[in-house]
Design a protein around this ligand. Structure first.
Ligand SMILES: Nc1ncnc2c1ncn2[C@@H]1O[C@H](COP(=O)(O)OP(=O)(O)OP(=O)(O)O)[C@@H](O)[C@H]1O
Length: 289
């Protein structure tokens, strides 16, 4: 860990781009929740991400799609201030990574991932898993939480449809129940950016559909934070998501409004298969041609 709390050596960004991809100084970073310019992440000889330009605005809901190993989790960890880029610049919530303490930034960002699920002690009460996010720790660490915090945790468990699990221990929950509890936890600090890494992975059909519906409600709520959802499957894109970034081998294939960029052609390029994409109402379905 560096003095900024990052788990990779801090490298000062050298390149800035404007929205058209031209080199420039940023104008008003406050308008952007995430801004990545010329971002690369390298581990040994592996380029996990390369030359990535991406920006997320306050009212946008992004889905990041790509095959195994495309760099999706790496991208999300950059957006969660958990990683530092090897090259390029990352600005989160108007702050440049490398110039700000990530410990100040992280409470403003809600993040769920399988890695986080693995760090939650199995004997923690579900209610405490959620409420402790407000104190930037995992699990209960105080004898007494503020009543207001407990009320908020219960309200969020309600939003995710799992109030009845509040007094259960995390280790006794099913995969789907854990995912919902962790999304409630991610929302606990009222974050300005919500990052969801494969929230529907491992869920059965009913669980997936229920989660997609709840994420759709959240996406359509104008007060909800800017959201980025990583998935392998177009079927998991909740209605209300506005933008898509398609990633392949650490590089963006295409990024923009879902209606513009989510096409059979782009999906086929991304997954290196001849794919058929169908749209039914506001849901997507894909299969091999
Ligand atoms: N520390 C590391 N050292 C070397 N290679 C790494 C390291 N971390 C990740 N990688 C590699 O970088 C690539 C991108 O990993 P990442 O986890 O970001 O992909 P992903 O798109 O999230 O994949 P998946 O869909 O399988 O979860 C993978 O090929 C992975 O093996």
């Amino acid at each position: 860990m560096t003095s900024h709390g990052l788990d990779a050596p801090a490298a000062t960004g050298t390149v800035n781009y404007d929205h058209n991809g031209h080199v420039s100084e940023p104008n008003n970073l406050d308008d952007l929740v995430v801004r990545m310019a010329g971002v690369g992440v390298r581990r040994g000889r592996n380029e996990l991400l390369a030359g990535l330009d991406w920006a997320v605005e306050l009212d946008e809901r992004w889905v990041v799609l790509g095959p195994n190993g495309a760099g999706k989790t790496t991208l999300l960890r950059l957006a969660a201030a958990e990683l530092h880029p090897t090259s390029g610049t990352v600005d989160l919530l108007g702050e440049r990574i490398g110039k700000v303490s990530v410990f100040e930034l992280r409470p403003r960002i809600g993040f769920t991932s399988a890695a986080l699920a693995g760090r939650v002690p199995g004997d923690e009460l579900v209610r405490d898993v959620v409420v402790s996010a407000g104190y930037s720790v995992i699990g209960r660490w105080r004898e007494e939480y503020e009543n207001l915090d407990v009320d908020r945790a219960m309200e969020l468990l309600g939003t995710l449809g799992v109030t009845h699990l509040a007094e259960r221990t995390f280790g006794t929950l099913s995969e789907g129940e854990r995912k919902r509890v962790l999304i409630a936890r991610a929302l606990m600090t009222d974050p300005e950016l919500l990052l969801l890494d494969e929230p529907a992975a491992g869920l059965d059909l009913g669980g997936r559909e229920d989660l997609v519906a709840r994420l759709s409600t959240l996406a359509m709520d104008p007060d909800a934070p800017a959201t980025v959802l990583v998935t392998h499957h177009v079927e998991e894109i909740p209605p209300g998501f506005t933008h898509a970034l398609l990633l392949r081998e650490g590089q963006a294939v295409v990024a923009g409004l879902i209606d513009d960029v989510l096409t059979a052609e782009n999906l086929s390029k991304t997954f290196d298969q001849d794919l058929l994409l169908e749209r039914s109402g506001d849901r997507f379905f894909a299969r091999r041609r």
